[in-house]
Design a protein around this ligand. Structure first.
Ligand code: PLP
Length: 409
């Protein structure tokens, strides 16, 4: 059976050119870049080149890019590193309610160490209001961290506006750009950020390698202690093959970005329109236009996202649900709840994320089978049989919640 991979926000298939560029560094070019002989110097030269490539694509200086062990590590480094280095200036951090757990849990950890945090809310589209960020700033605020685009619902945040506010108040600004790097333009100067995280496996590179941009002059402690690698900012022998793979992947995605944004965006629109057209009682999650080219996120009322996923899996379709199964109980996504969706609606979430290997046939495969799956699951639903198109079965709470976006039936 053909696999239709629609979970590109979780990870992407590495490009063959990326794997090929990495292979020598997993084999014969095994030198430690910190050593002084020939094979070590080869590895060092390759690392230096990777630094230059990545810096150039981000609009940064080569000295401002640190390679890390993941996007998660980049987020942890930025948040904890800035907090601890600037404690003498203040103890307050501002972030949003819909951040990735790499950011949220880093901030929560800092709260346990005596820092204070404000989690600014979002609107029903998952959008952060820059005015709410500004209102949260106090003379003790040292860091703002707001993601460039959300991984669940795809909403792209007004980063340029928030960075102007941060600059005006002399507060450092970090953005988690893990979902946007390689997919939409990411230029640190245009965005106006001081720190930015990215991760290779989200743009057709290898897993276990990320990068953090740190603007020159930013006071930041290092997060991993040990040797003097990465200009003394991240200890540990470098993941040479991974870093080569990250740089290659970024270079390739940057070259085809304009074309892919258009092509993948068209596939997304076909998928969204098709789902809204064929299925009743469905909402589009996230902003209708300010969203990632590959993101289609829905909530299907009266069903569990998990059962949708299992049924799609039987057809070879890989997707994801906002619900994460924790210790036997289904906890709905913190992102969907922050957007104001009622618990039972948030449980019916389905995220399908498209990428460079997807085609129109993939979309049509989903559109052909999804309506039947939804109908079957609703027939078995504890809410009772729901006739598509009728308001029957809609509980009061669901009706009061935000109106379905674009549902035609
Ligand atoms: C995937 C992801 C991360 C974590 O990156 P890893 O390299 O998988 O650790 C952080 N933030 C966002 C928004 C992500 O999508």
């Amino acid at each position: 059976m053909k696999t239709v991979y629609l979970d590109n926000a979780a990870t992407t298939r590495p490009r063959p050119e990326v794997v090929e560029a990495m292979l020598p560094y997993l084999g014969e070019r095994y030198g430690n870049p910190s050593s002084i002989y020939g094979i070590a110097r080869e590895a060092r030269a390759a690392l230096d080149e990777a630094h230059e490539k990545v810096a150039a694509i981000l609009g940064a200086d080569v000295r401002e890019v640190i390679f890390t062990g993941s996007g998660t590590e980049a987020d942890n480094t930025a948040i904890k590193g800035v907090a601890f280095a600037n404690r003498d200036r203040g103890d307050h951090i501002i972030t949003s309610a819909i951040e990735h757990h790499a950011v949220l849990d880093s901030v929560k950890r800092l709260e346990k160490h005596g820092f204070r945090a404000t989690y600014v809310p979002v609107d029903s589209y998952g959008m952060v209001d820059p005015a709410a960020v500004e209102a949260a700033i106090t003379d003790k605020t040292i860091l703002i961290s707001i993601m460039h685009a959300n991984n669940e619902v795809g909403t792209i945040q007004p980063i340029e506006e928030i960075s102007k506010i941060a600059k005006k108040h002399g507060v450092y600004f970090h953005t988690d750009a893990v979902q946007t790097t390689g997919h939409i333009p990411v230029d640190v100067n245009r965005l106006g950020v001081d720190l930015l995280s990215l991760s290779a496996h989200k743009f057709y590179g290898p897993k276990g390698v990320g990068a953090l941009y740190v603007r020159r002059g930013v006071r930041m402690d290092r997060y991993i202690d040990g040797g003097g690698q990465e200009r003394n900012r991240r200890a540990g022998t470098e993941n040479v093959a991974g870093i080569i793979g990250l740089a290659k992947a970024l270079e390739l995605t940057a070259a085809e970005m304009e074309h892919e944004m258009e092509r993948v965006g068209r596939l997304r629109d076909r998928l969204i329109a098709g789902v809204m057209d064929r299925i009743g009682h469905v909402r589009l999650n996230g902003h209708p236009t300010r969203r990632l080219p590959g993101n289609a996120s829905f909530c299907f009322e009266f069903i569990e996202g998990e059962s949708l996923l299992l049924n799609l899996d039987m057809l070879g379709v890989c997707g994801s649900s906002g619900s994460a199964c924790t210790s036997g109980s289904l906890e709905p996504s913190h992102v969907l709840l922050a957007m104001g969706l009622p618990h039972e609606v948030a449980h019916g979430s389905l995220r399908l994320t498209l990428g460079r290997y997807n085609t129109e046939e993939d979309v049509d495969h989903v559109l052909k089978h999804l309506p039947g799956i939804v109908e079957k699951l609703r027939a078995m639903s504890p809410f009772g049989a729901v006739e598509a198109g009728s308001g029957e079965g809609t509980c009061g709470e669901c009706r009061e919640a935000q109106q379905p976006v674009g549902g035609r039936r």
